[in-house]
Design a protein around this ligand. Sequence first.
Ligand SMILES: [Zn+2]
Length: 327
Amino acid sequence: MKPIASLSLDLDNQWSYMKTHGDPGWELFPSYLDIVVPRVLDFLKTQNLLITFFIVGQDAALEKNRDALVAIAAAGHEIGNHSFRHEPWLHVYSEQQIEAELAKAEEHIERATGQNPIGFRGPGFSLSQQVLRALVRRGYLYDASTFPTFLGPVARAYYFMTTNLNPEEMRKRNALFGSLGEGLRPIRPYRWRMDTGAIIEIPVTTMPIFKVPIHVSYVLYLSMFAPALALLYFRLALRLCQLTGTQPSLLLHPLDFLGCEDTQDLSFFPGMRLASEKKLEFVSEILGLLSAQFTILTVQEHTRYVSRISNLQVVEPCFRPLCQQKA
Ligand SMILES: [Zn+2]
């Protein structure tokens, strides 16, 4: 029997990228879901995969996205909560604001898809103790908002180079993609323990030992420079997962399926210079490697599998300064 892995897609929409980037016009919530969702669903069907889609509540609240979101649920995929406003500074919200944010997203996601999410991923991997407490209170099964890499600050610096944000907007985006300390967090699933309860964490897997990103967008980015080397890099990551007994939880984005011919507005993203056909070919190759070695599940199934492990690592939530970990 093959070991397990999980796969998810953060359904970030055009407006959420524009908002984080500080581009005008995001307030009209421009959407590419009608283009990208059918493409992703077709792709997953041919690969025979059921995955988790983390959906933004604001998109679920808009009629124009309804058909796309209904189609995701109808195809049998898991629906997770990716917040309502998709603000990567969720960790600066008060507890009350977090509750309202989660509740509003749940309400609209359930109305649009018929599924009540029990998994959460913070926008831009933003997370705080208050968010975890709110998730426990609201009965969530898992959180999937950690991204244990040391490369977060590098990604942020690159991102800021391409924006025209004012100092206040910069300050809000200060923790975008995480601090250096994120690299110290575990890459294998664990249990956050709080006085009010516990919740399982399924981290977005980074390369064992080196903790560099291995999610699809990153490998696609590498492939722009050297496709063969990018594949070798991914193979190495999977080999290290096998050797260290790590069940990888990998991440997709809509931009992995969209090319330069689909939208001009997101050209500040490095991978947006490739054509969609080329991207799909590469994504298919990467996922082929993954499914040859692992049985791919939704994040919820991954969590249920992990929850049966009796000696699962327990971590006390602590954000900046970083967690004291307890075995
Ligand atoms: Zn997102």
